[in-house]
Design a protein around this ligand. Structure first.
Ligand SMILES: Nc1nc2c(c(=O)[nH]1)N[C@H]1C(S)=C(S)[C@@H](COP(=O)(O)O)O[C@H]1N2
Ligand SMILES: [Mo]
Length: 251
């Protein structure tokens, strides 16, 4: 076999390979179209076909492992923070509230509760964060907050056994707004129990005296006016989840 034959054989082989590849491609395409048809014939869960819901749930679990504790939300210079911070959502912010009587109620275990004053919280190391606050309604703004890292608070109050659990639940003093947060996200280094906005005490309508700022989540999870905190291995009730939104609501 001389050099010319060798080239010819290779070309023949190549053409054969191309035909095989193309056939496989067409077959896969047909299979994909068929699979999509099948998926759309399946029963739906919250308006999403079951197989897709399974994939969504898998994604949620998968990304919650990697995103919540490792990834940091982008932060900005203080100069980029807006001065007129939007007020959005006032559930649980009714005027049945006595600021002078407020104390944070922490339920270590059912029947084992302690209270922390604003002064005690302010005495802990302060962390500031400037980040892009995102609401699921489609707006966002760069805002500046100050408070104590939840993880610092948990360490100071010996909540080590509690932070081994899966979730934290938070509610307003009147229990009308409430959120559930997965433990990695509440222990995230940018999550704070917040008492300051733009270097001043939180305004009343922005959650005075204490709110949650949790940059790895959408706005719905940033509960204003925290009354109670508790720990659980089950998902705590969540106001917007009950309205059909994603429980995790991570960014
Ligand atoms: N108590 C309480 N906290 C709340 C809400 C609410 O209705 N009640 N709304 C949430 C939503 S949807 C958003 S976007 C943010 C808005 O925070 P802001 O008013 O400081 O901009 O608060 C969150 N925290
Ligand atoms: Mo929101």
């Amino acid at each position: 076999m001389d050099y010319k034959d060798e080239i010819l054989v290779s070309e023949k082989k190549l053409r054969k390979k191309t035909i095989i590849s193309f056939t496989v491609f067409i077959l896969l395409l047909i299979a994909a179209v068929f699979a999509l048809e099948k998926i759309h014939q399946q029963p739906k869960i919250a308006d999403v076909p079951k197989p897709l819901r399974t994939v969504l749930n898998f994604n949620e679990n998968f990304f919650s492992i990697f995103l919540s504790d490792n990834h940091l939300a982008k932060s900005y210079p203080v100069s980029e923070a807006v001065k007129n911070v939007r007020v959005n959502g006032n559930v649980g912010m009714e005027d049945d509230f006595d600021p002078s009587a407020w104390k944070l109620q922490v339920i270590r275990n059912p029947g084992d509760t302690f209270f922390v004053t604003l002064e005690e919280i302010k005495a802990l190391p302060k962390t500031e964060i400037v980040f892009d606050f995102k609401c699921i309604e489609g707006w966002s703004q760069v805002t500046h907050w100050g408070g104590v890292k939840f993880s610092d608070f948990a360490a100071k109050y010996n909540l080590n056994a509690q932070t081994q659990m899966k979730y934290v639940g938070l509610a307003t003093p009147n229990k009308k707004y409430y959120v559930g947060i997965d433990m990695p996200s509440i222990m995230h280094p940018q999550t704070i129990l917040c008492y300051e906005m733009n270097d001043k005490p939180l305004p009343m309508n922005q959650g005075y005296p204490l709110r949650l700022i949790i940059p790895v989540k959408y706005g719905i999870k940033h509960l204003k006016r925290i009354g109670t905190i508790f720990f659980s291995n089950e998902r705590p009730p969540d106001y917007w989840y009950e309205q059909g939104y994603d429980y995790y609501s991570g960014l």
